[in-house]
Design a protein around this ligand. Structure first.
Ligand code: TRP
Length: 357
């Protein structure tokens, strides 16, 4: 059997996805190679070097395609830089080293990260990750970082996010979210994200998980953002999960986009972990097609993206389509589909009874 390294496996998938999305395969391979570093050379059959939470099978990479209404799609890769010591997965140093290397090649706007970085840095990091990166594979790549609000412990997440958003001028908008959208004691502050490109569209985002939410909870979470139709958001969740909740599997997640000095968040997205609510990827694919059509995206664009990542029959597993999300409002409304690399494992559906002969 040929020995396949993690970086080879990922780069093969990525180059096929680049073709589907019109992105540059050489640049993409460069970026993911640099991010994975020496950990990328590890053979896949040796299993994951650390239990990354980016994907269920611990592959430290997840692909996504953000479809828009104009026939375009942006390819993105969520990835975690190698964690040298699995005992402290929230150690930020490899992730920061990647940023330093990239900032000498691409213009990264690091001032916001500099203003809040100390809050998310501690000698005794807690939680399942410290920093993740999103590589946005446009002609000139853009970068985003995800920080862990629970890095000082789950009980510190609230004060930490309040302080970070305060430093970035978003206190009034965050107060609106806290008082009007969140369920105290139930919702979890999961990711704090910063765009690192210096443009008018550069954003601050807060991701909130809603364990056991029902559609009324989701509607409340969405309604706080101007221009969002909560019924559109709940219908998206209903069609993606095939149920009206409460969602007892993996939680539905909301993200709020903040810009300085606004009284409210300016953007909203909902993320549905569709893999938790299907029997296999055939069902996930069929539901995703419905969602794409409803939101003005040609559903035939999905299959080539799936084929770029997986050669297996869709019935043979679940989790290839990990999440589907609806982006509402500016800068680019549309539907995003998240695809798992499945480098280490395909989650097989419950086995059907084997016919007796
Ligand atoms: N694997 C984690 C989860 O499913 C984190 C994650 C990866 C995630 N990609 C995501 C969360 C996309 C929301 C949306 O929660």
């Amino acid at each position: 059997m040929a020995v396949v390294s993690l970086v080879t496996h990922i780069t093969d998938q990525l180059s096929r996805l680049c073709r589907v999305a019109g992105a540059d395969p050489a640049m993409s391979a460069d970026l993911i190679g640099d991010l994975l570093g020496p950990a990328g050379q590890r053979p896949i059959h040796a299993g994951p070097a650390w239990p990354s939470d980016v994907a269920d099978d611990h592959t430290p990479v997840e692909f996504s395609l953000a479809f828009d209404h104009h026939g375009g799609a942006t390819l993105r890769v969520l990835a975690e830089a190698a964690v040298p010591d699995p005992a402290t997965p929230a150690d930020l140093s490899p992730a920061l080293a990647f940023l330093r290397r990239q900032s000498s090649r691409h213009r990264l706007a690091l001032s916001r990260l500099d203003r809040v970085g100390d809050l998310f840095t501690t000698h005794r990091p807690q939680g399942v990750f410290g920093m993740w990166h999103s590589l946005i594979l446009r002609a000139a790549p853009e970068f985003k970082v995800y920080l862990n609000p629970e890095i000082r412990g789950a009980d510190q997440a609230g004060p930490l996010v309040a302080e970070a958003l305060g430093r970035l001028g978003a206190t009034p908008a965050y107060r609106t979210v806290r008082h009007r959208a969140l369920r105290p004691g139930a919702d979890r502050l999961t990711f704090f994200a910063l765009d690192l490109h210096d443009a008018a569209t550069s954003r601050i985002k807060l991701y909130v998980s809603h364990p056991h939410a029902d559609l009324a909870d989701v509607a409340r979470a969405a309604a706080v953002v101007d221009g969002v139709d909560p019924a559109e958001v709940t219908e998206f969740c209903r069609l993606a999960t095939g149920s009206a909740g409460p969602f007892a599997g993996r939680p539905v997640i909301s993200s709020y986009t903040f810009v300085p000095d606004a009284a409210r968040p300016v953007g909203y997205s909902v993320y549905v972990p569709i893999r938790s609510y299907v029997t296999d990827d055939r069902q996930a694919r069929d539901r995703t097609r419905v969602l794409l059509s409803r939101h003005g995206v040609d559903p035939d664009r999905l299959d080539p993206a799936i084929a770029a990542v997986a050669a297996r029959p869709l019935e043979a597993g679940s989790g290839l389509i990990a999440h589907v999300s609806l982006r509402v409002g500016q800068p680019r409304p549309g539907v995003t589909v998240y695809l798992s690399s499945e480098a280490y494992q395909v989650r097989t559906p419950p086995t059907r009874p084997v016919p007796v002969r």
